[in-house]
Design a protein around this ligand. Structure first.
Ligand SMILES: Cc1ncc(COP(=O)(O)O)c(C=O)c1O
Length: 393
């Protein structure tokens, strides 16, 4: 399907639909009449088949406690195999109401208060909160930024692990916000260091389906069998198919004894029931949604290229990170403004709501993160306004 066709068919006006992104601006920003390019959900409707299956269930009219049937596992496991060459076993899978909840639960069940958890920054800000709010010690290894291309400083990573007796490495793969798809060499190096120091790995793979065409994603599950012992992988259909509010996600735990520990933990709290609407939507999405995702990726790429060509032409000193994955663009405006000016510029002059770099890390205070999962017109409007303001500054 052409980009234009996809947008015409799936783009919807989300104002007044309880949308955090469109209706909840005033809780985060100084005004509410901003063009919203922040929260990571999309302005596109789900595939028709997903809507259809949900509607069937709604007309059934009963929403009692629900089982996960074999067909569900089949759809999920097939998707993982076909799209990412991941060999997944049904018994490894557990369900929770969201990926942020999942990494909080894992930190609670596999570390003690005051023990250390390491993250690579900049990174999705709930990573910081999960460590701090659980009274664990936050250990940060900064990614190395070379003109907008981010890599890991392995010496610093290992040094921090040793110095702080780190228990868990919470990893974002692919990476939000810097858009990296980590290579086999990078993952191998990171995981080898973790294994050497008995550090458990949580790999948040929620962005796994938004991979730049021509690239492939390598799951932590596929790096080497030897790392499966101490690995937890988080995935969900919520980013890929725009289902965040249906509260359904996966925790994949290959190690049987860790599964038992996690099950015992869940038994004391949220239990093992699943969101029936989340499950139905997900099964339909994984069964019928492949073409829709491929078309969507083309829209994201088109929006990224549109953004890039406006900025490269008009503001050549903006540093645009090459987005290898995700639907989020990460750009550095340091040539054009001081960090103290950023909020006023974006909200009062440009009129856009974006994620501010400092939410992801103190060193990124002149960066912004732009959500590209909207109609191209919105990206053009935002970029043209940004150009006008920064050029006339
Ligand atoms: C890396 C990452 N993990 C988790 C989430 C949120 O997941 P959930 O809504 O399932 O808690 C996001 C949302 O943007 C994300 O970028």
């Amino acid at each position: 399907m052409l980009v234009k066709e996809f947008i015409e068919r799936y783009y919807v006006d989300r104002k007044s639909t309880h949308s955090v992104k469109w209706d909840g601006l005033s809780e985060t920003y100084t005004k509410s009449d901003l063009l919203p390019l922040w929260v990571a959900d999309m302005d596109f409707k789900v595939p028709e088949k997903v809507q259809e299956k949900l509607a069937e269930r709604v007309s059934h009219g009963v929403f009692g406690y629900s089982l996960v049937e074999d067909e569900y596992y089949e759809a999920f496991i097939n998707w993982q195999k076909k799209r990412h060459n991941i060999d997944l076993k049904q018994e490894w899978v557990r369900f929770t109401t969201g990926v942020v909840n999942s990494f909080n639960y894992l930190i609670q069940s596999f570390t003690q208060p005051e023990e250390s958890v390491l993250i690579l920054a900049p990174v999705y800000y709930p990573f910081f909160d999960a460590v701090k709010n659980n009274n664990r010690q936050l250990v940060v290894s900064n990614l190395v930024n070379t003109d907008g291309y981010y890599t890991v400083d392995l010496d610093d990573f290992e040094k921090k692990i040793v110095e702080n007796q780190v228990k868990i490495f919470l990893h974002c793969s692919p990476h939000n916000p810097v858009g990296r798809v980590w290579s086999q060499e990078e993952l191998l190096a990171l995981f080898t260091i973790c294994q050497k120091h008995q550090v458990k790995i949580i790999s948040d793979e929620i962005h796994q389906d938004f991979i730049q065409p021509g690239r492939s994603f390598l799951s932590a599950l596929s790096v080497s069998e030897e790392f499966l012992e101490d690995l937890f992988v988080l995935s969900a259909p919520s980013k890929t198919f725009n289902l965040a509010s249906l509260l359904h996600s996966h925790v994949i735990i290959p190690n049987e004894s860790h599964r038992q520990t996690f099950d015992d933990y869940l038994d004391k709290g949220i239990g093992s029931s699943v969101s029936v609407m989340g499950m139905i939507a997900t099964e339909a999405a994984y069964t019928y949604g492949e073409d829709w995702v491929d078309d969507l990726i083309n829209v994201i790429e088109h929006n990224f290229e549109t953004m890039k060509s406006i900025l490269e032409k008009e503001l050549p000193h903006v540093i645009i990170t090459n987005k290898e994955a995700t639907y989020l663009a990460w750009i550095d405006l340091s040539y054009y403004l001081e960090k103290e000016e950023l909020v006023d510029m974006m909200e009062n002059k440009v009129g856009i709501a974006i994620d501010y770099g400092e939410w992801f890390d103190t060193h990124s205070a002149t960066c912004i993160r732009i959500n590209l999962a909207t109609k191209t017109e919105n990206i053009e409007e935002a970029m043209n306004k940004l150009v006008k303001v920064l050029k006339n500054k």
